[in-house]
Structure formats: C-alpha cells, structure tokens
Design a protein around this ligand. Sequence first.
Ligand code: PTJ
Length: 261
Amino acid sequence: MARIPDSHPRKNSLESRQKIVDGSSRGLLADSAMIAHGRGEAFDYLLGEKTTKTAREASRESAARLRNARRPVISVNGNTVVLAGEGAIRLAAVLGCPIEVNLYYRTPSRVKGLISLLEDWKLKLSEEDAPDGFIGDWKDSVDGVSILGDSPNFKIDGLEGPRSKCTIEGIGGSDTVLVPLEDGDRCEALISLGKEVLVVDLNPLSRSSRMATVTIVDEVSRAFDVILRYLLDDCDYRPTEWDNGKSLKESLKQIGDYLSE
Ligand code: PTJ
C-alpha cells in the first residue's frame, strides 16, 4: 500500500482497512470480516473516531476487573488479531494471562495462522522497551504469554458448534474474559457460566454489548491502549458496582451530542 501522509484525516482508518485486506488475503479472516469491520467503522464515524469519556470509564473499570481477576484471559478472533494483536500481547504480558484464539468461523488453518502471527509479534515485542510504568522483566513477561486455542479441551455449555470449543487453561477455567467483537450468544453463555465478560464493541446496540458485564464502546486497538495505561498508572482504582445499561445509554447519547456539535 502507498504510504499515507500523517496529515491525511483518514490515516488511521485507511491503515486499519489495509490490515483487514492483508489479513483476508493471507487467509486469516472470516469471509464476513470486512462486513463486520465496515459496521464498526460506521459506528466509529458516529463517535468522532475517538475514545469517548464513557469508553474511557469502561476501560478503567475493565482494567480494574482484569487486575482483580483470579484467572483472566484475553479471547481474540481474526479481526482482533490483525487490528490489535500487538496490543493484546502487551496487555497479557502486564496481566500475566494467556491469550486464546477463539473463532466464530473456526477452521484449523485460520487458528494455526493466527497463533503463528501472534507468536511472531511476541518475538518482536519482547525486544521492545517495556511500556512506561511496567515493573519487572519485559522480555520474560512477553515470552511467558501463552497463546492458546489450537487444541480445545473444553466446551462452553449452552452453545452449539465451533464457537463452543475452547481450552480449560484459557477461557474454560477463567473467571474474567476480555473479548472484543464478541457474538451475543457466546457472551450470554459465558455470563451464564458465572464469568465476568468485558466486551469491546463499537456498536452499543449489539446483543453482546447489552449482554456483557462491562462494554467498552471503542475501537479495539484504541481500547487496548487505554486499558494498558490504566493497568500501569491506576493501580489503586477498584471495581465498582458497574451499571452497564447506563454506560451504553451514555455512549448512545455521545453519538447524538457529536452529531449536534
Ligand atoms: O474471526 P471470527 O471467525 O471469529 O469472525 C469474526 C467476525 C468479526 C467476522 C464475527 O465475530 C462477526 O461476524 O462479528 P459481528 O457479528 O459482525 O460483530 C462484530 C461487532 O464488532 C459489530 O458490532 C461491530 O460494530 C464491532 N466492530 C467491528 N470492528 C470493530 C468493532 N468493534 C471494535 N473495534 C473494531 N475495530
């Protein structure tokens, strides 16, 4: 792709699109990945393509819940890996938790391809400087992130088909799941297993947004960056009695406010 100048008003959006196009041509994404991405883009446009105050609060709450969790896990699908895989690894390294590739349209070759991409990024990230505020050995922490998903040994009760396949070391045995671009049925099944489900979804009206314990209405790579900062800079904040319905209403209101600005 031709280099997009920094001054281009749609630079981030064009670069994200290209990641989806490249991921698709490498066979890593579902056939409908571009449709899902387009829907996300439309909502992001309505939110001004920025992290809103409400999204920031939801990310703060999610960071606190992940920090408090006994067994947190980050569940990723194809779109999340190509758009925000590096961010997911940074979060997992800070939390000391696994990442699990868990796909709606599961095929063995997609699972293997996405795991291998994440393993490549781990090698790159382990050579980077630690993020500001990180205490410990960054290389060891990145190297220690397990990428799960190719050998499922657990089934999510109440779900049929490939979406139910996961691992006991990851989603199956977790108490808190950070799961961007989730589907509503699976979100509901995870909640009924007693897990806390932290969703990132630009659509505040989606079923997963409405089913989740906490919904971050933000673009996934931006949300991961914000969560990372809260994990590292805001250690005293504790989970609250989160009212997710109220937060979703505020996100919808912010769309209205942005349009009437
Ligand atoms: O990789 P797979 O097989 O697990 O399939 C992944 C997709 C995304 C294709 C699949 O889960 C799917 O079809 O998802 P949906 O039902 O279209 O839902 C995607 C949701 O994510 C929509 O509500 C979008 O608004 C939202 N979304 C899309 N892109 C982003 C996003 N939310 C945050 N950041 C994005 N970049």
